[in-house]
Design a protein around this ligand. Structure first.
Ligand SMILES: [Zn+2]
Length: 73
């Protein structure tokens, strides 16, 4: 049985880098997954890992930051 929960508004989550949706929390077989409601990225099942979600969905920004650093040097 799969349950889907909204993540509390107090918890900071990056929007999905593909569609901009706020992630949801899936509970399946007592394991949590932070995932895009439109099935883009999801973290590994286990503990609630918002950090992993945030890192994976910030990649685009990090890459553009790197580019601008290289240009400046
Ligand atoms: Zn998405």
């Amino acid at each position: 049985m799969i349950q889907i929960y909204q993540i509390q508004p107090a918890i900071f989550c990056e929007p999905c880098k593909d569609c901009g949706a706020r992630p949801v929390l899936k509970l399946e077989k007592k394991k949590y997954t932070v995932m895009c409601p439109n099935n883009h990225y999801s973290t590994k099942p286990g503990l609630v890992d918002v950090n992993d979600w945030n890192m994976k969905n910030k990649i685009h920004n990090q890459l553009s930051n790197l580019k601008s650093v290289q240009k400046a040097s």
